[in-house]
Design a protein around this ligand. Structure first.
Ligand code: HEM
Length: 509
C-alpha cells in the first residue's frame, strides 16, 4: 500500500490550497453518483480532501492510525484519501470473501500515480499489472520459468556462497566493533546478493552490489507517495519532483542496461563468458511472449521487471531476519532450542537448505515470525474489476482495497494469546495455519488468492536458511549487553524496528 509515509508538513503547506479547492469541488460533487452507494462506515472527513489531513496530521505511521481506528469502526471501514477511496479489511472472513470467494472480482490493482507509471512502464510488472492477459503472461513466466523448484535448485551454490559471505562480513564487523553488528543491513545485503545473481546470471563484487543497492533505494525513495497523488489538482505544483523522477528513471536504466546486454550476449554465444551462470531470470525475459503483444519486452521494460524481482525479495526478507534476531535476544530459550535442533540435525557440518526441511522447530519459529512480524502490514493494494459487494457494502471500481494483515494474524478469535511470540504454538498447542490460505485464512504474510506472492517458496527458503546459519555460527545477545530490546516499529518500505537492531555476536566455536 502506498499511503503510509505522507509527511505531516504537507498539512501546513497545502491546507489553505486544499480548502479553497474543496469549496470549488464541492459544487461539482454534490450530486455525484457515489452518494447513492453504501460504502463501509468510516471517520467523517472534509469535502474533497476527505480524511487525508487527519491521517497525515496524526504524525503516526499509517498502520498505527489504522490499528487505532479498528475498535471504533470494526473490520471493514472507509478512509477517503483525497480523490482515492480506501476500504480497509482486517478480518479473516472478509479477506476470505474478497480474495478467495470473490477472488476474480478483487484481483486487479487500482490506477497508479504518474511517478509509479514511469517506473512500472505503465503497469508492465507482475505486481502492478491489471488482472488480465499482461499480468497472466508475466506472472506465469515468473512462477513457472524462473521460480519453479527445479530453477530454484540451480541457484543453491549462490545461496551457499551468500551465506558464507554473510558470516564473513558479520565476523569482520564484530571484530572491528567490539562484537557489535548491524542486523538488517547485513541480512538485506546477503539476500540482495542472491537475488542479483539470480536476476542477472553473474555473481557481482561487493562494490557493484552496493552501487545497485544505492540505485534501488533511490528509486524507492522517488516512489514515496506525495500529496498530489491524492489531490491531482495540486500536480502543477510538483513539476520539479516529476523532473527529478524522470532523471532517476534514466539513471536506473543506464545502471541496469549494461548488465542486461552482457547477459544477452552470453545467452547468444554460449561459452563466451566464463563467469555467466547457466540460467537467470533475464533469460526468460528476452524472448517473452506477452498475450496481446507482438514484440518481446523492450530494455526499459526489462529494467522494470528486474527491479520488481530485486525489490520484491530484499527488504521483506531482511526485515524478517531483523525481527527474528530481536526475538532470539529477547528469549534465549528459543535461541538455544534452535541451536540444539541444528546440532542434532547436522552435527558439526554447516547447515544447508536441505537440512532445514528436517527441522520442525526452525520451521515453527519462521511461521511464528511471519505471523507476528509480517514484513509488510498491508498486502499490495487490490481493486475490483467491476462494481462489487463485500459484507453487503458497495465496493465501486477504482476503490483501493487494503488488507491489514495483523488484523487477521492477531485476532484473538483465531489465536490463543496472539500478542505473544510463541513458536511452540505450532508444535504443541494444536494451533496451525495454512500460510497459502488454501485451506482457510488465519495469517497471510504473503497475501492469499490469485495475487499471492509468487516468491513465497523462495523467500521461505531464504529466511529459514539465513536464520539457521546465523544461529549455528553465532550466539546473539543484546548490544550493549544486558539491555532490553525495544520492539517499537516504523515504516521504511517494510515495517522495521524503530531502533535499528545492533546486536553482540559471539562465534560458537
Ligand atoms: C519474506 C519475503 C516476502 C514477503 C513477506 C512478501 C509478501 C508479499 C505480499 C504481502 C504480496 C501482496 C499479495 C497481494 O497482493 O495480495 C506480495 C506480492 C508479490 N511479491 Fe512478495 N513477498 C516476499 C518475497 C518476495 C520475493 C522473494 C519475490 C520475488 C523475487 C516477491 C515477488 C512478489 C511479486 C512479483 C508480487 C506481486 C504478485 C501479483 O501481483 O500477482 N516477493 N509479496
Amino acid at each position: 500500500m502506498e499511503a503510509s509515509v505522507l509527511s505531516p508538513y504537507y498539512h501546513i503547506i497545502f491546507a489553505a490550497i486544499a480548502l479553497l479547492v474543496s469549496g470549488i469541488m464541492i459544487l461539482f460533487t454534490r450530486n455525484s453518483k457515489s452518494k447513492r452507494l453504501t460504502l463501509p462506515p468510516g471517520p467523517p472527513g472534509w469535502p474533497v480532501i476527505g480524511n487525508l489531513f487527519q491521517v497525515a496530521g496524526s504524525g503516526k505511521p499509517f498502520f498505527q492510525y489504522v490499528r487505532e481506528l479498528l475498535p471504533r469502526y470494526g473490520p471493514i471501514f472507509t478512509l477517503k484519501m483525497g480523490s482515492r477511496t480506501m476500504v480497509i479489511l482486517s478480518s479473516a472472513d472478509l479477506v476470505h470473501e474478497a480474495l478467495i470467494e470473490k477472488g476474480a472480482l478483487f484481483a486487479t490493482r487500482p490506477s497508479e500515480n504518474p511517478t509509479r507509471t514511469i517506473f512500472s512502464c505503465d503497469k508492465f510488472t507482475v505486481n502492478a499489472a491489471l488482472y488480465g492477459p499482461v499480468w497472466r503472461s508475466l506472472r506465469r513466466n515468473m512462477v513457472q520459468n524462473a521460480l519453479s523448484a527445479a530453477k530454484l535448485r540451480t541457484f543453491r551454490h549462490v545461496r551457499d556462497t551468500a551465506m558464507d559471505k554473510l558470516v564473513e562480513r558479520l565476523k569482520m564487523e564484530a571484530e572491528a566493533n567490539g562484537g557489535a553488528v548491524w542486523v538488517l543491513r547485513n541480512a538485506r545485503f546477503a539476500v540482495f546478493r542472491i537475488l542479483l545473481a539470480m536476476c542477472f546470471g553473474v555473481e557481482m563484487d561487493e562494490k557493484t552490489i552496493e552501487k545497485m543497492d544505492d540505485m534501488m533505494k533511490t528509486v524507492l525513495i522517488t516512489l514515496d507517495p506525495r500529496i498530489d497523488d491524492y489531490l491531482p489538482l495540486l500536480r502543477p505544483f510538483f513539476s520539479k519532483q516529476r523532473k527529478k523522477a524522470m532523471e532517476v528513471r534514466e539513471q536506473q536504466i543506464a545502471t541496469l542496461v549494461p548488465f542486461i546486454e552482457q547477459r544477452r550476449a552470453a545467452v547468444k554465444n554460449p561459452g563466451s563468458d566464463p563467469t555467466a551462470a547457466e540460467f537467470s531470470y533475464l533469460d526468460t525475459l528476452f524472448d517473452l511472449t506477452v498475450e496481446g503483444r507482438k514484440h518481446p519486452p523492450t530494455n526499459p521494460e526489462i529494467v522494470t521487471l528486474c527491479s520488481e524481482f530485486l525489490n520484491g525479495g530484499t527488504d521483506t526478507t531482511g526485515t524478517a531476519i531483523e525481527w527474528a534476531i530481536a526475538r532470539f535476544i529477547e528469549n534465549p530459550t528459543i535461541q538455544s532450542k534452535l541451536y540444539d535442533e541444528i546440532k542434532a540435525t547436522v552435527g558439526e557440518k554447516r547447515v544447508d537448505e536441505k537440512d532445514v526441511e528436517h527441522m520442525p522447530y526452525l520451521n515453527a519459529v519462521v511461521k511464528e515470525l511471519l505471523r507476528k512480524h509480517p514484513p509488510t502490514y498491508f498486502s499490495l493494494t487490490h481493486s475490483v474489476i467491476e462494481p462489487a459487494k463485500l459484507a453487503g457494502y458497495d465496493i465501486p471500481i477504482g476503490t483501493n482495497v487494503e488488507i491489514f494483515l495483523p488484523g487477521v494474524a492477531e485476532d484473538p478469535k483465531l489465536w490463543k494469546n496472539p500478542k505473544k511470540f510463541d513458536p511452540d504454538r505450532f508444535l504443541t498447542g494444536g494451533e496451525d495455519a495454512d500460510i497459502t490460505g488454501v485451506t482457510g485464512v488465519k495469517m497471510l504474510p504473503f497475501g492469499v488468492g490469485r495475487r499471492i506472492c509468487p516468491g513465497l517458496n523462495m523467500a521461505t527458503v531464504h529466511v529459514n536458511l539465513m536464520i539457521a546459519r546465523m544461529v549455528q555460527e553465532f550466539e546473539w545477545r543484546s548490544f550493549p549487553e544486558d539491555t532490553k530490546i525495544d520492539f517499537s516499529e516504523k515504516l521504511e518500505f517494510t515495517v522495521v524496528m524503530k531502533k535499528s537492531l545492533r546486536a553482540t555476536i559471539r562465534p560458537r566455536v
